[in-house]
Design a protein around this ligand. Structure first.
Ligand code: MG
Length: 163
């Protein structure tokens, strides 16, 4: 039987503030600022979670983890991703590949990209070569360019392996 695929896309944005911890793709990026958020504010993990949920047509991260629920205060967003991956596995789907872009004025993410890809691949249960993470600046434009926000976009392809 031919493989069946489902595609999903995700997007997230968070404000940045001094004194917060910057987490991206389940990796801590050492700098003096980070996202405001109910959880750890990991925009990349949130965009990827929404992409998986979107591929499954199972709503969005907020419908699975209500943002004002005290249980998710300060939560490591790996937990959200693991939940989405479990929902996919329950439906006979596995991550075929993902492609994501983080938009952030600073710091430069190049030194951290390999670690982020490895972390995400471990969560998804796929090879790091199936996980693409790209980084861009906003060229100084708008709130991201002014260093007041961070954004992530992601596309996930799920392969249905059951049946
Ligand atoms: Mg978010």
């Amino acid at each position: 039987m031919a493989a069946t695929y489902r595609v999903g896309e995700g997007y997230d944005v968070h404000r940045l503030e001094e004194g917060r911890t910057l987490r991206l793709g389940c990796v801590t990026i050492p700098c003096g600022f980070g996202p405001l958020g109910h959880s750890d504010g990991d925009v990349l993990a949130h965009a990827l979670c929404d992409a998986i949920l979107g591929a499954l047509a199972l709503g969005d991260i907020g419908s699975h983890f209500p943002p004002h629920d005290a249980r998710w205060a300060g939560t490591d967003s790996r937990r959200f991703l693991e939940h989405a991956v479990t929902l996919a596995r329950d439906r006979g789907a596995e991550v075929a590949n993902v492609d994501a872009t983080v938009v952030l004025e600073r710091p430069k993410l190049a030194p951290y990209i390999a670690a982020i890809r490895d972390e995400l691949a471990a969560v998804f249960g796929c090879a790091s070569s199936e996980v693409s993470v790209k980084a861009k600046t906003a060229e100084g434009l708008g709130p991201i360019g002014e260093g007041r926000a961070i954004e992530a976009r992601a596309v996930v392809l799920l392969r249905l392996v059951a049946e």
